[in-house]
Design a protein around this ligand. Structure first.
Ligand SMILES: Nc1ncnc2c1ncn2[C@@H]1O[C@H](COP(=O)(O)OP(=O)(O)OP(=O)(O)O)[C@@H](O)[C@H]1O
Ligand SMILES: [Mg+2]
Length: 251
């Protein structure tokens, strides 16, 4: 993994992001730069605004102010059509998987393809794309099952396959290992590494899981009170003497 340098343009940049709900000031000038090919981990305690930040990124919430630039385009200034195109380059693994319970695994994976079929390989059938995405997460046989028939780990894999089906260049993971047993969590982390190597993706990973951060991160940001508290490598942050930083590394 090559070093990130200030003179290289980030694939994704957030500048001075603010978001409040009434008098609940959640994001208070948050910044980040995600460089090509890197895994950037965001840590912050529960309720600190991590999911709100990621939802602003994908347009599920509207930021109050600030800028979000993806591949040099300010998403807050784009028209609907341009935004739709850009969104297909971002895969999002929702906190808790968030599969559609009334749809089969196949239908869950077909869903993102419905509006964006022209964005992916026209030589492949939809069936082949769905099968390939499932095989990539080791779940080729689960295609006709309902979400209720899957374990937590399998659901996470299906959600990951769905996030990958449009072959995005940027993947956002919101707590990919939370709620899983340690062995399944390790398998998901391994899968994330494989995905990064295979698809050469850049990833933003929100996690409380210190093992996940250790294995996966190239760089980390700690979010406190809606703003960057500290940034650095896992090594640097895990050795910090700062009490707020230390609190995250206690197992
Ligand atoms: N749609 C919403 N409307 C009003 N308040 C919201 C909304 N979404 C989030 N919040 C508030 O924003 C704050 C941050 O929530 P967020 O979900 O981003 O936390 P988080 O850092 O992801 O926590 P966790 O680690 O538990 O997932 C919380 O106080 C929450 O109540
Ligand atoms: Mg969250």
């Amino acid at each position: 993994m090559k070093e990130t340098k200030e003179n290289i343009h980030p694939v994704l940049e957030i500048k001075n992001l603010y978001k409040s709900f009434g008098d609940n000031h959640v994001l208070n000038g948050f910044n980040l730069k995600l460089y090509k090919g890197e895994n950037l981990v965001i840590m912050g305690k529960s309720g600190s605004g991590k999911s709100v930040m990621i939802k602003c990124l994908v347009g599920l919430l509207e930021a109050d102010s600030g800028s979000i630039t993806i591949k040099g385009l300010d998403i807050l200034k784009l028209g609907r059509k341009e935004l739709d195109v850009l969104r297909t380059e971002i895969g999002f693994l929702f906190q808790g998987s968030a599969l559609y319970d009334s749809m089969t695994v196949r239908e869950n994976l077909e869903f993102p393809l419905r509006r964006n079929r022209d964005k992916v390989d026209a030589t492949q059938t939809t069936e082949a794309l769905v099968k390939e995405a499932l095989e990539n997460v080791g779940l080729g046989k689960a295609i006709d099952l309902m979400p209720s028939e899957l374990s937590g780990g399998m659901k996470r894999r299906v959600a990951l396959a769905r996030a990958l089906i449009l072959k995005p260049k940027i993947i956002l993971y919101d707590e990919p290992t939370t709620g899983l047993d340690p062995i399944t969590a390790k398998e998901i982390i391994e899968l994330m590494r494989t995905i990064q190597n295979t698809y050469k993706t850049s990833s933003l990973i929100i996690t409380h899981d210190v093992d996940c951060a250790r294995v996966i991160s190239n760089r980390m940001i700690l979010l406190v009170d809606g703003i960057n508290y500290v940034e650095g490598t896992f090594e640097e942050l895990s050795k910090s003497k700062d009490l707020k930083v230390k609190a995250f590394f206690k197992n």
